[in-house]
Design a protein around this ligand. Structure first.
Ligand SMILES: C[C@](O)(C(=O)O)[C@H](CC(=O)O)C(=O)O
Length: 306
């Protein structure tokens, strides 16, 4: 089963004492293709980016389970050898719904997902005024996901995320993560850390449960690089808004150029060739493999070239 393989692969990466899994955030097929092409061995599907790209909306709990699971599955399908860790927000409902969410993510071939303890009308972890469910409700979410995993014969990695640091403080947040680990979560994600002390402390307090680090540009957590994250003992680091920011800045630049000058000049690489032209993008998305496939199975769609 393809869906089992990517989770197993991620588990092997997590078990390697020398390995830290670094994931750029991607939100669609194109941003995923770019990250794969650069050579990342795992990807993170961002909920914030999914909301922005699919709905044109902020990260306020507006995406449905199908928006998220389908997006994650499409991305996971681009290269089954590269595990995709996906945002599953609050799990989208009560325990029955959380179990269905886990099933959908498993069937989509996602390697891991995180479930958090915000209320359903959630918001980005780096915004103010977050509201939480109580610990038993959070634990029931994790247990429901773990039960679905067992029922499906899957080894998908379940990451417990708590947003409790903002309103309840560090001790309560860690207690929630410990209760979630007890209920079947494999990893701990303390959202919205504000100091390097907290970033150091949580890895020690959660051991042996491995920790997950969220590096959001413009967020509340101090940014550290891979070397520093490894030294602190993190096993996974995500840069969730990498794709979203790149698209935003790139698109804004080209739109301003078109509006201001009436045209968009070709970008040239150092060797003078056009950089990022349409054929390059099609090739990134597998043009050659598509033509080859058609030929191999006896098709003639591209016998005149492409
Ligand atoms: C990780 C996250 O859940 C995401 O959707 O990518 C967000 C990131 C963001 O909104 O900047 C979060 O940290 O809540």
């Amino acid at each position: 089963m393809a869906q089992t393989k990517s989770a197993t692969k991620l588990r092997q990466m997590l078990a390697d004492p020398d390995k830290i899994v670094v994931c750029p955030g991607v939100h669609d097929g194109l941003t995923a293709r770019v990250a794969l092409n650069v050579g990342f061995d795992a990807l993170y599907m961002t909920g914030a980016g999914t909301a922005a790209s699919r709905l044109g909306q902020p990260d306020l709990g507006l995406t449905t389970v199908d928006d998220m699971a389908n997006n994650a599955g499409m991305i996971a399908g681009l290269d089954r050898s590269v595990p995709v860790i996906a945002d599953a927000d609050t799990g989208f409902g009560g325990p029955l719904m959380v179990a269905r969410t886990a099933e959908k993510y498993i069937l989509q071939g996602v390697a891991a997902f995180h479930i958090e303890d915000q209320v359903m009308t959630k918001r980005c972890g780096h915004l103010m005024g977050k509201e939480l469910v109580d610990t038993p409700t959070f634990v029931a979410r994790i247990r429901a996901a773990a039960d679905a995993r067992t029922r499906m014969g899957s080894d998908i990695v379940i990451i417990a995320r708590t947003d409790a640091l903002q309103s309840l403080g560090y001790e309560e947040a860690v207690a929630r993560l410990k209760a979630a680990a007890e209920a079947g979560a494999d990893m701990a994600f303390l959202e919205g850390m504000r100091t390097k002390e907290q970033m150091t402390q949580v890895v020690q307090d959660m051991a042996p449960t491995p920790c997950f680090l969220n590096m959001v540009g413009g967020g509340v957590t101090p940014l550290i690089n891979t070397r520093e994250a490894r030294a602190l003992g993190y096993k996974v680091v995500i840069w969730p808004i990498a794709g979203m920011t790149a698209v935003y800045l790139g698109m804004r630049e080209l739109c301003r150029e078109l509006k201001g000058t009436g045209e968009i000049q070709d970008r040239r690489a150092e060797d003078g060739k056009i950089d990022g032209g349409l054929r390059e993008v099609f090739e990134l998305c597998g043009l050659e493999a598509c033509v080859q496939f058609d030929k191999e199975v006896g098709g003639a769609s591209f016998s005149n070239g492409a």
